[in-house]
Design a protein around this ligand. Structure first.
Ligand SMILES: [Zn+2]
Length: 233
């Protein structure tokens, strides 16, 4: 964790540099809390004490409150009057089933449409978002898991962007699906198998093969659902 008292290495009174450091502090505080939520170090429904976070992350209250506000907007944190912040409760089995039904209706079709309009630029952006390039780079498993949760959200969102229907894209986005499902289970298998499936999707996109893209997305979503189901047992 970067300390807010860290000195400017250039010693230059550079205003933009200050803003950048302030931004990167806010960002790293956000990332730290996000990683704890995704890896269930803060369990669903658990209280989040701002004072404890101040001590743990060695920063002031401001970036912590900012991060918690941002996480609230993402559906990961709930703020209750007079009580304060807590981690959002785990999604219910029913909600989980509904989410996957919705995704299976929309995303395979979106993948086919994205494949139909694929070009070099879009393919490169999907390859970057798909998370397959940094595989097994030896980072801490907890960080890697939360990083993948975010990459997965971006990857799927970008496919829907390229599919071209903004309303469908927004509808999926508002579910914050990825953040909720990744909190069901903290396991490296979730990441490794999903990356294999992303590679299959990327191969279909590279070939501009709409049928293969639709099938690869369907298989990915069905496998993703089946990997996470044991969390409800
Ligand atoms: Zn995925």
């Amino acid at each position: 964790m970067q300390n807010r008292n860290s000195t400017n290495p250039t010693n230059a009174p550079d205003h933009s540099g200050f803003i950048q450091r302030a931004n990167s502090l806010a960002e790293s505080v956000y990332e730290a809390i996000f990683a704890q939520l995704m890896a269930l170090k803060i369990s669903p429904g658990g209280r989040i004490s701002v004072d404890n976070m101040v001590r743990e992350l060695n920063v002031s209250q401001t970036p912590i409150r900012e991060a918690l506000g941002r996480l609230e907007g993402e559906g990961l944190v709930v703020k209750t009057h007079l009580i304060g912040y807590s981690a959002a409760p785990q999604i219910t089995r029913r909600r989980f089933d509904e989410l996957y039904e919705l995704r299976l209706l929309l995303e395979p079709d979106g993948a086919a449409k994205a494949a139909a309009g694929m070009d070099e630029v879009k393919l490169a952006s999907l390859q970057e978002a798909g998370g397959v390039m940094g595989r097994r780079d030896g980072t801490d498993e907890r960080i890697r898991y939360s990083t993948f949760a975010r990459q997965d959200a971006v990857f799927h969102d970008r496919i829907m962007e390229f599919a071209g229907n903004e309303l469908i894209r927004e509808t999926l986005n508002h579910q914050h699906t990825h953040f909720h499902i990744f909190r069901l289970m903290f396991h490296s298998r979730v990441t490794e198998e999903a990356l294999d499936e992303h590679e299959a999707l990327l191969a279909a996109f590279a070939a501009g093969d709409t049928t293969a893209a639709e099938k690869a997305m369907r298989v990915h979503l069905e496998h993703s659902r089946d990997r996470l189901l044991p969390a409800f047992e």
